[in-house]
Design a protein around this ligand. Structure first.
Ligand SMILES: NC(=O)c1ccc[n+]([C@@H]2O[C@H](COP(=O)([O-])OP(=O)(O)OC[C@H]3O[C@@H](n4cnc5c(N)ncnc54)[C@H](O)[C@@H]3O)[C@@H](O)[C@H]2O)c1
Length: 358
């Protein structure tokens, strides 16, 4: 298949691109405008492969995107291009509205213009797969899980922008018959994630003996999915997903933030004991909670499991250990993402220094 991936220089996109290229079954065009979150160093292993090409393009650029559709002639589109950091969406939502909503709208228009010109056989094969988040469903209390029928109740500018894009994708299917599928997944972790996000931030700060900032009392619960399992699920959706459907993707790994941070400390202590022999847990600092912080996310993935045979391969503790080992042995990549423009709401990234991390 000829597969166009947007946001393929980001965390999940680069994992998906590498998996598609390595299968040697597909031609892949990676479209990414390389915001602070895009990094071509994450794609070193596919650079120069004959079935891979990259274009630095903004998905909001109608002329450039139309040309990509005309020249590349994709059989499938994966849309992962997005502004993805909730904290940033609170401080400056503009880019979230622009890329996540307007960018997706532009991509849908370009895809539909292209789709209309395909012959019947090509039309029957074409899929537009939009990658979204479980955060569109809002927050859960102690019990229950999100399934595909859960109402949309987004609480942050990020999740509201993703919810808006999901609605546009659904409308392009219902109104214009563009063959779309939406996936909503839980929090991802694994190699190549920018250290503005919880898991890599804690790993790198713990190794550097810096504070481990935890929102509120750390009681919020997230449901973690190893990024390569997510990429496998997306490939299944491409192969067997039903048009017009949405699929929740998760891995049944619920854990409170504070317990996750403690687990990361314990795993690092085991691998690299501190000189003072103390636990890195004493670096944990509770900081003022994020406004509108959703309490709990949990995914019911039974639809993708039963319909498409999805089964995540990665045990959570082993996946976390693998992730820790990856960060501790990829200083070059860490250097490549440590830019002064990287901040989060506590300015924690600015304190982060790659050279201290190993
Ligand atoms: N990371 C998670 O835990 C998670 C969970 C659920 C859903 N998602 C969704 O998965 C997708 C990918 O997430 P991620 O964590 O890999 O994000 P990321 O921030 O790591 O990567 C996003 C990529 O999109 C690119 N991009 C941004 N704006 C663009 C534009 N206008 N045109 C072209 N490229 C643009 C960036 O340069 C970057 O390479 C997003 O849509 C996100 O909402 C992520």
């Amino acid at each position: 298949m000829r597969i166009l991936v947007t946001g393929g220089a980001g965390f999940i996109g680069s994992t998906l691109v590498k998996s598609l290229v390595a299968s040697e079954k597909h031609e892949v065009l990676n479209i990414d405008c390389l915001t602070y979150a895009g990094n071509l160093c994450s794609l070193d292993s596919v650079e120069g492969k004959s079935n891979y090409r990259f274009s630095q393009t903004d998905i909001s650029d109608q002329k450039a995107m139309s040309e990509h559709f005309i020249h590349f002639k994709p059989d499938c589109v994966f849309n992962l291009a997005a502004e993805s950091h909730v904290d940033k969406s609170i401080d400056s939502p503009d880019a979230f509205i622009q890329t996540n909503i307007n960018g997706t709208y532009n991509l849908l228009k370009c895809a539909l213009n292209y789709f209309k010109c395909l012959d019947a056989e090509k039309k029957s094969q074409f899929k537009f797969i939009h990658i979204s988040t479980d955060e569109v469903y809002g927050t859960l209390s102690e019990s229950g899980k999100f399934d595909e029928t859960s109402p949309y109740r987004p609480n942050s500018p990020y999740s509201a922008s993703k919810a808006s894009s999901d609605h546009l994708v659904r409308a392009w299917f219902e109104t214009f018959n563009l063959p779309t599928i939406i996936t909503n997944c839980s929090n991802n972790y694994g190699p190549y994630q920018l250290p503005e996000k919880l898991v890599p931030l804690m790993i790198l700060n713990a190794m550097g003996e810096r504070d481990l900032p935890v929102y509120g009392q750390g009681l919020n619960i997230r449901d973690w999915l190893y990024v390569e399992d997510h990429a496998d699920a997306l490939c299944l959706v491409m192969e067997k997903g039903r048009i017009g459907e949405s699929y929740n993707i998760g891995s049944d790994n619920e854990i409170r933030n504070i317990d996750l941070v403690r687990l990361i400390c314990d795993q690092i202590d085991k691998l690299f004991p501190r000189q003072n022999k103390k636990s890195r847990q004493d670096l944990i600092k509770f900081v003022q909670d994020r406004p509108g912080h959703d309490f709990r996310y949990a995914i019911d993935a039974s639809k993708i499991t039963q319909e498409l045979g999805f089964s995540p391969k990665t045990n959570f503790e082993l996946g976390l250990e693998k992730t820790i080992m990856w960060y501790l042995s990829h200083n070059d990549w860490i250097e490549s993402v440590t830019k002064p423009s990287l901040t989060n709401r506590q300015g924690v990234i600015q304190e982060f220094s790659a050279s201290e991390s190993i």
